[in-house]
Structures are given as structure tokens and as C-alpha cells.
Ligand binder design. Structure first.
Ligand code: ATP
Ligand code: MG
Length: 395
């Protein structure tokens, strides 16, 4: 058994020793049954947050308003949430108040899909009142209860259905698809940041083309930021036949396909982070700069964390395959990793051209030297660089 599950079992047994009930729930149970990797475990319990704080020495109050605390146990974090239902949703945002309940089944009933409403007890027995296991066997994404009601309660669940289709390759139940068609407009009531979390998981899912088809067929796509206002972008979306390596790669790709929508517009409408904006701009520029810029010069300027995105975009844009390991190797074998490693600096350049006034030309020459060193046109030592400058008309 997975060591993470054994640790969770210890946490649960500790709660049981204090006469509370506790179970593993949600994504961890689903992914274990699907033999997918599990990185974090959620626990649901009859204990209240203050009870949990009494039992475990390290408890972080991460979401007290939802009855959630993070228990640190043997260097591992567990999200522990008290059994609850959700109160009335008056404005489609979040339930007005959560209501703690004593029954596991009521807690499972508030969950979105049958496959996410399975509990596992301290002896790894499954509690599956909504037949989630059967649905998983049929590869079916089905809401717990009437999809119309469940999507109206929380329209984000429509995006979650699409997201799970993309990650798992399951079909969305027909009644749920019809409910999405009826209620799709309510997605606009959901905070963009919450939609963006699901979107990141959607575009990186290995079955994104199928999920995208559902997004288009159900018409939900018309209620996504940017897509809503740009028919051209919806056309590009319809033609997609691959997943993406990241949100930044997605934005760069979309900008490559339709330059009428700027990267700033993507960032603003989706409320993406500055980091995503910077990364997508870098990726876009790197890809279009080839072949005018050499591959060496491009990978020199790319941060390591962008190499996977770059290889993906390069392949879709130039139809040329570089493996990520090849790119990494190229980057590692460069003569320098930054300008500070150049054998010459500004002072050396000034000394080489004693008759000139100080000015922007110094930086220009340094940049030219940097590029020549990276592209191995000249060795990185003063003598060779001086000679190279003389031979290349910098006088
Ligand atoms: P992941 O592996 O991507 O984290 P997950 O299923 O754990 O997938 P989370 O968003 O972490 O998804 O949510 C944890 C659990 O909480 C879900 O499995 C589901 O039971 C419940 N849940 C999450 N969001 C909703 C929602 N909007 N409506 C109802 N239940 C939800
Ligand atoms: Mg989760």
C-alpha cells in the first residue's frame, strides 16, 4: 500500500481513538481506484476544527469558515474537513454558511460527481452510496443527484465536469451535458480565478481534445473569458487537437494563432498572474524569433522551467521536434550561463576603444560579444574577443 495512505490511516485511527469518525475522501480515493498518482489526501471527519486542534499538535487553520484545517503529521499535510452540507447559495458564489452534520452520507451528498463522493475508512473499506465505482468502471462523469440542481447550486461544477473529462478521458453523462446546455450562462457568475484553476487542469489534461469538444458542443465555451468576446478565438479553439504543457504555453499558442488578441488581454480577462504573462511573452518571442535567432541564443535566454513549454510550442509552430532533454543538454553545454561570465566587461570595452565617448554603444558591443560567445563564434577570453571585435568592424 502507498505510504501516503498508510500515514492517512494513522491520522484517521488517531481521530477514531478519540471517538470521532474519519475517512479518506474525494480525489485521493478516486485516483487510487483509477491507479493514478495521489499527491495529497483529504480527510472528512465528525470532529470539529477545535476538536482536531486538541488532538494533533500541529494544526493550521487553513479554512475555518468551511470547517477545514490542515493537520501536519510526520512531515505531511492532510486537509481535514468536518462533515458538512452547504447552505443556500444566494448569489452563486459560495454557500452563505456551511452546516456541520453528523452523517458521512450527507457529506458525500454535497460533493459534485459520484466518483468524488466515495469514502475510504481506516481499514481501507470503501463507502460508495452513489455508485461512483460503477460509474468509474463505465468511465462516466455523473453528478450526485440532479445535474440541473447541482449546476445551478454551483455553476463551477460545469467546468469541473469538463476538467475531469480532460484528465481522465471519461464521458460526461448525457443528462449532465444537457444540463450544461441549459445552465451554461450562469458560469459568468463565478469568480474568474476559480474558473482559471479548473482551466489550467483542463488544458493540461491528456484528453483535452475530447473535453474541448464537450466545451464547444455544450456551448459552455461562450461563457469563458476571452472566448466569450472573440469569435476568432473560438474558431482557433475548435481546431485544437492537442493538450498543453502549461497555461503560459496555452496563452503563447493562442497569441501565435490570433494576434488580434494580445497577451495582456488574456492576462487581464482571465486574471492570470504576472508570472504567466511574462512566461507567455517570453515563449511567444522565443518561438517566432527562430530561425533569425539561433537555437543556442534562444535556449541561453530561456529559463529552465520554460524548456518544456518551448519544445511544445516549437513543435506545433515550426513542425520541428527537439526533445526537452536535447534542449536541456544544449543549454548546459553553452560556454557561459550569463553575461557576468563574459571574459570582458564594460571597462574592457572602453579600454579597447579609447577615442570614444561613453554611451549606449558599450552595451551594444557587450551584447554582440555575448551572442558571439554563446553561439561559439569566438572563445570566451580577452585576446580572442579583442581580435574578433577588430575583425568584425566594431572599430
Ligand atoms: P484534484 O486531484 O485535481 O485535486 P479533487 O477531486 O481532489 O481533484 P478538489 O478541487 O481538490 O478536487 O476537491 C476535493 C473534493 O471536494 C472533490 O473530490 C469533491 O468531492 C469536492 N468538491 C470540490 N469542489 C466541489 C464543488 N464545486 N462542488 C461539490 N464538491 C466539490
Ligand atoms: Mg484535491
Amino acid at each position: 500500500t502507498d505510504p501516503l495512505f498508510l500515514l492517512a490511516q494513522k491520522v484517521i485511527k488517531k481521530l477514531e481513538a478519540h471517538h470521532y469518525r474519519a475517512y479518506i475522501v474525494g480525489g485521493a480515493v478516486r485516483d487510487a481506484l483509477l491507479k493514478r498518482q495521489v499527491d495529497d489526501i483529504d480527510i472528512t471527519t465528525s470532529a470539529l476544527p477545535e476538536d482536531i486542534q486538541q488532538i494533533f499538535p500541529k494544526v493550521i487553520p487553513t479554512g475555518l469558515q468551511h470547517g477545514t484545517v490542515t493537520v501536519r503529521f510526520q512531515q505531511t499535510s492532510f486537509e481535514v474537513t468536518t462533515f458538512r452540507t452547504e447552505g443556500k447559495y444566494s448569489d452563486f458564489r459560495r454557500p452563505d454558511q456551511v452546516q456541520f452534520v453528523s452523517d458521512l452520507k450527507e457529506d458525500l451528498a454535497r460533493r459534485d460527481f459520484t466518483m468524488n463522493a466515495i469514502a475510504m475508512d481506516s481499514s481501507f473499506q470503501l463507502i460508495d452510496p452513489f455508485a461512483g465505482i460503477k460509474d468509474m468502471e463505465c468511465k462516466l462523469i455523473r453528478t450526485v443527484g440532479d445535474p440541473n440542481q447541482r449546476f445551478l447550486e454551483d455553476p463551477l461544477r460545469m467546468m469541473r465536469a469538463i476538467r475531469f473529462q480532460s484528465q481522465l478521458g471519461f464521458l460526461i453523462d448525457q443528462a449532465a451535458i444537457q444540463a450544461i446546455m441549459r445552465h451554461r450562462k450562469w458560469l459568468s457568475k463565478i469568480a474568474v480565478e476559480r474558473i482559471a484553476v479548473e482551466w489550467g487542469k483542463t488544458i493540461t489534461g491528456s484528453h483535452f481534445p475530447q473535453a474541448n469538444q464537450s466545451l464547444v458542443d455544450s456551448g459552455l465555451i461562450k461563457y469563458l473569458p476571452v472566448m466569450a468576446g472573440h469569435n476568432g478565438i473560438r474558431q482557433v479553439m475548435k481546431g485544437l487537437d492537442q493538450s498543453f504543457t502549461s497555461i503560459a504555453a496555452f496563452v503563447a499558442y493562442m497569441h501565435l494563432q490570433d494576434q488580434t488578441v494580445s497577451i495582456s488581454t488574456w492576462k487581464r480577462e482571465w486574471k492570470f498572474s504576472n508570472q504567466i504573462k511574462r512566461d507567455s511573452e517570453t515563449l511567444y518571442k522565443s518561438v517566432v524569433s527562430y530561425p533569425a535567432n539561433s537555437l543556442s541564443w534562444i535556449v541561453y535566454q530561456l529559463e529552465n522551467h520554460l524548456l518544456t513549454d518551448f519544445q511544445f510550442l516549437f513543435q506545433v509552430y515550426h513542425q520541428q521536434q527537439w526533445s526537452v532533454s536535447y534542449l536541456r543538454q544544449q543549454k548546459e553545454s553553452l560556454p557561459i550561463v550569463s553575461r557576468s561570465e563574459l571574459a570582458v566587461n564594460g571597462k574592457d570595452i572602453i579600454a579597447l576603444f579609447p577615442n570614444r565617448q561613453k554611451g549606449a554603444w558599450i552595451q551594444e558591443i557587450l551584447s554582440a560579444v555575448e551572442k558571439a560567445v554563446v553561439e561559439q563564434e569566438v572563445h570566451n577570453n580577452k585576446t580572442d574577443i579583442r581580435e574578433w571585435l577588430q575583425n568584425n568592424d566594431f572599430q
